[in-house]
Design a protein around this ligand. Structure first.
Ligand SMILES: [Zn+2]
Ligand SMILES: [Zn+2]
Length: 445
């Protein structure tokens, strides 16, 4: 029944696309993708559980990368390993000419001790910044890896029918790197992940507790925040706690700066354009109750959704901290360390792929998602090629998402029904893109 519906819909869709000449093409592989997703499901579940039970922190994904690389080689996919430490890039050239589409999965886990009661829960411990920590796929990247391994196997079996090339990017260290190391999407790109061949578009997905399983969320344009770290060192002059006029009190200045910074986002930035956040997460200064110290350090994070606003907020942090410090007779040194840029979904590509999402998940299950103040280093890929990054709900049916443990929680658990949906989503995005682009190119010739 379901199958019949899909065939007739797909024929109707193709006919409509031909009649109207619109680019919103659907690949002729729709039915085959669904069949292969069903066949591959148990394999993908097994991979996911194996990866879940053996999580590895950023730049240490040695076992995971080997699992991926061995799998791709077995499928006769060209493989490059060690791209940005442990990154793996696979290239599958289809039997027909066409564009290049890339699919990306991140592979790293987090320093979190798993509290989920499943037989494949992680018991792994490791050293992280000098402490012993548990390691857990608390962000769900185990699912991303297993889904993309499934899509690779699916497309390897349909190679001759593919008009173009599919690039599989398995990325390390999305969550950050050990102190003193580089890594993640940025390093993979610098080491050639987006060259030879250069993708015409890239897709990625993330499992998330914001919705029930079966739901897809997307957002055109700015979707996830830029994340920048900053450190402010307030310089005063040490004196007796009972004789503050004998020195310059950096603690009082720091307290004023904490409040002053909040007026940037609440009083100075046009909040109707985009939200922004300034958070101080650490204050350090002083050694005992009756000594006013020489200096205080403040450290925080900045979240913005717009490149100009990002630069403006940086400038205002500098000005606010220094002006307040000077008004108290002290000085402030402001250091801003630019982090991950805004994740921008290409508006035209997003628009073009919405019919694919609604076909795969059902129109009632696809909606525009909220802005995410979290950052995601997929944003670097989106600077190189038009990109679309989407979210798949991971909460089991019958459980309200808002009551469900969020990503990064030691209780974060994923309903595995997300795995076949993830495979079908990525595969259909890639296939529709390859065929749609082919039709467009054919028309323009
Ligand atoms: Zn995460
Ligand atoms: Zn994540």
């Amino acid at each position: 029944m379901v199958c019949f519906m899909k065939i007739s819909l797909s024929v109707f869709g193709a006919a409509l696309a031909l009649m109207t000449g619109i680019a919103e093409a659907q690949s002729p592989l729709v039915v085959e993708i669904d069949q292969r997703a069903i066949q591959l499901e148990s394999k993908v579940v097994a991979w996911r559980r194996d990866i879940h039970q053996n999580p590895e922190l950023g730049n240490r994904e040695v076992r995971t990368a080997k699992l991926v690389a061995d799998h791709l080689r077995n499928l006769d996919i060209e493989v490059k390993t060690g791209v940005g430490y442990t990154g793996v890039v696979g290239v599958l050239r289809g039997g027909l000419p066409g564009p290049v589409v890339a699919l990306r999965a991140d592979m790293d886990a987090l320093p979190v001790t798993e509290q989920v009661n499943v037989p494949f829960a992680s018991k792994v411990k490791t050293q992280y910044n000098g402490q012993e920590v548990g390691v857990m796929h608390a962000c769900g990247h185990d699912n991303h890896v297993a889904i993309l391994m499934g899509v690779a196997e699916m497309f390897a079996g349909m190679k001759n029918q593919l008009p173009g090339t599919v690039k599989f990017i398995f990325q390390p260290a999305e969550e950050g790197v050990p102190a003193g190391e580089e890594g993640g999407a940025d390093l993979m790109i610098r080491e050639g992940a987006m060259q030879d061949p250069k993708p015409d578009a890239i897709f990625g997905l993330h499992v998330m507790s914001l919705a029930n399983v079966g739901q897809i969320r997307y957002r055109a344009g700015s979707a996830m925040a830029a994340s920048d770290r900053f450190v402010i060192t307030v310089k005063g002059k040490q004196t007796h706690g009972a004789i503050p006029w004998g020195g310059i009190d950096p603690i009082v200045i720091a307290a004023q700066i904490v409040l002053g910074l909040q007026t940037i986002v609440s009083r100075q930035i046009d909040v109707t354009k985009a939200p922004s956040i300034i958070t101080i997460g650490r204050i350090q200064g002083g050694v005992r109750n009756n000594i006013i110290p020489d200096a205080v350090q403040l450290e925080g994070t900045i979240r913005t959704f717009d490149q100009d606003m990002r630069a403006d907020v940086h400038r205002r942090i500098q000005l606010t901290a220094q002006s307040i410090a000077q008004s108290g007779g002290g000085d402030a040194n402001v250091e801003i360390f630019p982090g991950v840029p805004v994740t921008i979904n290409d508006p035209a590509l997003t628009e073009r792929m919405i019919p694919t999402l609604t076909r795969v998940a059902g129109a009632n299950n696809v909606a525009v998602g909220p802005l995410q103040t979290a950052a995601e280093d997929f944003s670097y890929f989106a600077q190189v090629a038009p990109a679309l990054y989407i979210f798949l709900g991971s909460v089991s049916p019958g459980i309200a998402p808002e009551t469900s443990p969020v990503n990064h929680s030691p209780f974060y658990a994923v309903d595995e029904a997300v795995l076949p949906l993830g495979m079908r989503t990525l595969a259909n995005l890639a296939a529709d893109y390859l065929f749609g682009k082919g039709i467009l190119q054919g028309q323009s010739n």
